[in-house]
Design a protein around this ligand. Structure first.
Ligand code: PMP
Length: 358
């Protein structure tokens, strides 16, 4: 039976990527060694990092005044590194709270500086993206979460930063490479790899040159962007295997026609599933129509007394896995990242229809 993994992350990866990884795990590029045994200082691995970085630059059309970094510690580490590097203890930043991940980013900022929460949809269980707010005049950056993995909301238009010296910072962990973006609209973008880009263990940071501060001697070395810029993301032993898988995933994205083409198929795939949620008498979407994510699609039973586990087991028996909604929302969540094939979504739609008929 074909298995479709709807997990929110770590998430399904394209089959050619898994095959290439299997091969490299045994032997990398006729070296007689597994990629996991190779020094990060060796030529093939230095080349791999350069190649992966070039692919990011090409696919997202990253301007030359931005650095591309491969870091560890996940997006969660960036919750702290961003304010540590971009703020001083007298400056502040604006945050829009659109879900648990932005709440965590706010909390980390408040440990090192001050976060102004200028808008929040918490009161409405993060079912929409707030659009009315006033930015603080002297704020150094405005932080957003571009796609809210748990609640299934996504920015369709990014906010403009009012302050001339400020910039937009985005956590794009769950929608990077899902559609084209204009990198120059941002000062800094970060994303854990384990959804659209590869496995856990590596985090992509794209940061504008002028935001990399070389005078942060009070910070631990590993927490400074300039450390990683100067050492080409090899200040310490980097997660080589994770970067290899990212490189293979980016190759696969290129083979699909790049982010424009990926973006159109993600749109078609998500619209198909939303249409079934609307049509089906059993289910509904808890998310505001205009903010619905193309990546994470939560849905719930119309009738609270119905048993979620029964539908989950029904799906599971058909090879449709990991559809349980996040514990804070309940119900179901279909995460349909880039690597989810249309057949997976069709199979889920069929299961929803058969369950309704039953
Ligand atoms: N931000 C978002 C939007 C996420 O979805 C996640 C993980 N699910 C995180 C941050 C945290 O990422 P990590 O586990 O890599 O620290």
């Amino acid at each position: 039976m074909k298995i479709y993994n709807f997990s929110a992350g770590p998430a399904c990866l394209p089959e050619p990527v898994l095959n290439a990884t299997q091969k490299a795990a045994i032997e990398y590029k006729e070296t007689g060694m597994s990629i996991m045994e190779m020094s990060h200082r060796s030529e093939p691995i230095v080349d791999l990092f350069h190649e992966t970085t070039s692919r990011v630059r090409e696919l997202l059309d990253v301007p030359s005044n931005y650095h591309v970094l491969w870091l560890q510690g996940g997006a969660s580490m960036q919750f702290a590194m961003v304010p540590m590097n971009l703020l001083s203890n007298t400056s502040t930043a604006d945050y829009i709270e659109t879900g648990s991940w932005s709440t965590k980013a706010i909390s980390e900022c408040n440990k090192v500086a001050k976060a102004n929460v200028i808008a929040s949809s918490k009161q409405d269980v993060f079912s929409y993206i707030p659009k009315e707010y006033k930015q603080k005049i002297d704020s150094k950056y405005l932080h957003i979460t571009s796609n809210n993995t748990i609640y299934g909301t996504q920015y369709k238009v990014f906010p403009k930063v009012d302050n001339r010296d400020g910039c937009l910072v985005a956590d794009m962990s769950s929608d990077i490479f899902s559609t084209p973006i204009n990198v120059s609209d941002f000062g800094l973008i970060y994303a854990g790899a384990q959804k659209n880009m590869g496995p856990a263990g590596v985090t992509l940071v794209i940061v504008r040159e002028d935001l990399v501060n070389n005078e942060l001697d009070h910070l631990p070395t590993m927490m400074r962007y300039d450390t990683h810029v100067q050492k080409d993301s090899m200040f310490n032993t980097p997660p080589v295997l994770s970067v290899f898988v990212v490189n293979e995933t980016l190759k696969w994205i290129e083979d699909q026609g790049g982010v424009v083409s990926i973006g159109s198929s993600n749109k078609i795939m998500s619209e198909k599933l939303y249409a079934e949620i609307e049509r089906n008498t059993l289910f509904r979407s808890p998310v505001a129509i205009e903010d619905r994510s193309t990546m994470n699609i939560p849905f719930v039973f119309n009738d609270d007394s119905m048993d979620d586990n029964d539908f989950l087991q029904f799906c599971d028996a058909r090879g449709l896995k990991t559809l349980k909604g996040h514990r804070s929302v309940g119900g179901f969540r279909a995460s349909i990242y880039n690597a989810m094939p249309m057949e997976g979504v069709d199979a889920l739609i069929k299961a929803m229809q058969d369950y309704e008929d039953r």
